[in-house]
Write a protein that binds this ligand. Structure first.
Ligand SMILES: [Fe+2]
Length: 323
């Protein structure tokens, strides 16, 4: 009897443990909010703030506050596309989120490859974002069967019908399997993306926000149509080495018209490639590496028209302006 108990107990524990980390949730559970909105919808994209414990947060918050206010009063959503932190503490992460929440504009984040290299684990970070801030539109289902920690979406509706989906995804961190390099969108995330698109009417469109560019970003730069002559590429793009086929699915679904990311601090170009806009954000602090003339933000203005057209406006600023 005793022997049998010792054999079964670890198996039971293993089952409970694996079951507890792989629960399938209906796609509707990942919807953070439906926003009824007509007219232009303005999204302020900040990226790669890289706030660390050795930084003077007052200086950084002053600059970021300047950027947010400079973007104007008609911003509907602030999005930070990853690498919020570099080696920071729980208390500084809380200070940053409290600072963002104080602007009384809905805000959200996706994670970059550096957001786990801090004095907290990713579950603490997502628990904090899930529950503590009144203007934060973030959702991580921690026990789900989808790779990553920030896969969620927001619907923009017209008279209750979904018009546009804003899809936020975790491009993950590092690939510790044979491929090495940066991590990639895994198949369960690609399936999740498809289910999000399928949950909306066929004529709805979408915009996506994540951190690490897709492998197609290099082809997009070389073969795509540049949206303007001012966007620059001052460093090699650093996508994952593995192409998991996500862009093929994005094209097949025919919903996503623009993808916005960060990661490579001194690239800010936007190009249309095979029907989809690939757009870097503008690095938003002088932490880690940067070019002085490439700090600021960009605003994505989604127009309320049949084609769901959108514009991207970059804005550059220096710390000297703020003093
Ligand atoms: Fe970064």
């Amino acid at each position: 009897m005793k022997k049998r108990f010792l054999t079964v107990a670890p198996l039971l524990a293993l089952c409970l443990s694996s079951c507890a980390t792989n629960v399938h949730h209906n796609v509707g559970e990942y919807l953070v909010k439906s926003i009824e909105h007509t007219g232009d919808f303005n999204i302020l994209q900040l990226t790669d703030t890289h706030l660390g414990d050795k930084d003077d947060l007052d200086v950084q918050f002053k600059f970021l506050d300047y950027l947010i206010k400079d973007a104007g009063n008609d911003i509907d959503l602030i999005v930070i596309t990853g690498d919020l932190f570099s080696f920071t503490s729980k208390s500084n992460a809380k200070k940053f989120f409290t600072f963002l929440d104080g602007h009384d504009t809905p805000w959200t984040v996706v994670f970059g490859n550096h957001d786990e290299q801090c004095n907290f684990n990713i579950d603490w970070l997502t628990s904090e974002l899930n529950t503590k801030y009144k203007n934060c539109l973030f959702k991580d289902i921690q026990d789900d069967d989808v790779q990553g920690n920030c896969n969620f979406y927001v619907n923009i509706t017209h008279s209750g019908t979904v018009y546009e989906q804003l899809i936020f995804m975790d491009s993950n961190r590092y690939d510790y399997s044979g491929f090495k390099g940066y991590d990639y969108f895994h198949q369960d995330q690609i399936d999740w993306y498809s289910s999000v698109i399928d949950s909306a009417p066929a004529d709805a469109k979408s915009l996506m926000f994540y951190h690490i560019p897709l492998p197609e970003v290099n082809d997009a730069w070389e073969k795509g149509t540049k949206l303007d002559t001012e966007g620059v590429k001052r460093e090699p793009s650093c996508p994952p080495n593995k192409n998991s086929g996500f862009f093929k699915v994005i094209k097949e679904k025919g919903s996503t018209q623009g993808m916005f990311f960060g990661h490579d601090h001194i690239n800010d170009f936007a190009v249309k490639y095979e029907g989809v806009v690939f757009s870097y954000g503008v690095k938003s602090t002088d932490r880690v590496y940067y070019d002085e003339d490439m700090l600021g933000y960009q605003v994505i203005t989604l127009h309320d028209d049949i084609e769901h057209t959108f514009d991207i406006q970059r804005s550059f600023h220096t710390y000297a302006e703020v003093e």
